[in-house]
Design a protein around this ligand. Structure first.
Ligand code: HEC
Length: 148
């Protein structure tokens, strides 16, 4: 009647979470509040969840970053660089977003702010319904791609 082999999934999840946050080196220096930076510099264009304002919402973007990068540190680094100087080539979340919304302008922020806001965006995705394949969809059938 003993079930001692079963490690509760929640224990593992907490363990992994602690490990992941412990390995993120810039955390200690992040005196900047990522959410505050977002509200000030990003929220004019980005909503967090759909519907979009004038840019793709943050949740599907964050989900895509989680899919693309094996570690939080790498994802944040890439995103911080994108925010500082977006180019067409760097876009990875949603290439079609450029034709819908245009390319994002560079956002002038300090390295600490860039890092904090990228970390905040990354952390918005916690699994669940914004997984791969959901979100910004093709397939909605706009049908307006006739060459003029
Ligand atoms: C003037 C409007 C505007 C502002 C302000 C803005 N963005 Fe964007 N952002 C966009 C648009 C449009 C896109 C989609 C096209 C693209 O990827 O360039 C985008 C795309 C992104 C992406 C996806 C990049 C990828 O790899 O595909 C991220 C991440 C992002 N924004 C983060 C931010 C953050 C964080 C801020 C604030 C520091 C911010 N944006 C401020 C318009 C904006």
């Amino acid at each position: 009647m003993k079930h001692s082999n079963r490690i509760p999934a929640i224990t593992l999840a907490i363990g992994i979470g602690v490990l992941a946050s412990g390995t993120f080196p810039a955390k200690a220096s992040a005196a900047v509040d990522g959410k505050a930076v977002f509200d000030k510099s990003c929220s004019v264009c980005h909503s967090v969840a759909p519907p979009p304002k004038s840019a793709p919402p943050i949740l599907p973007i964050a989900a895509r970053y989680h899919q693309r990068f094996p570690s939080r540190a790498e994802g944040i680094k890439y995103m911080a660089d994108f925010i500082k100087s977006p180019t067409k080539e760097k876009v990875l979340a949603d290439p079609q977003a450029i034709s819908r919304f245009g390319l994002m302008p560079p956002i002038p922020l300090s390295p600490a702010e860039l890092n904090a806001v990228a970390a905040w965006v990354w952390d918005q995705y916690t699994g669940g319904s914004w997984g791969p394949g959901r979100g910004q969809g093709r397939g909605a059938g706009q049908g307006d791609c006739n060459p003029q």
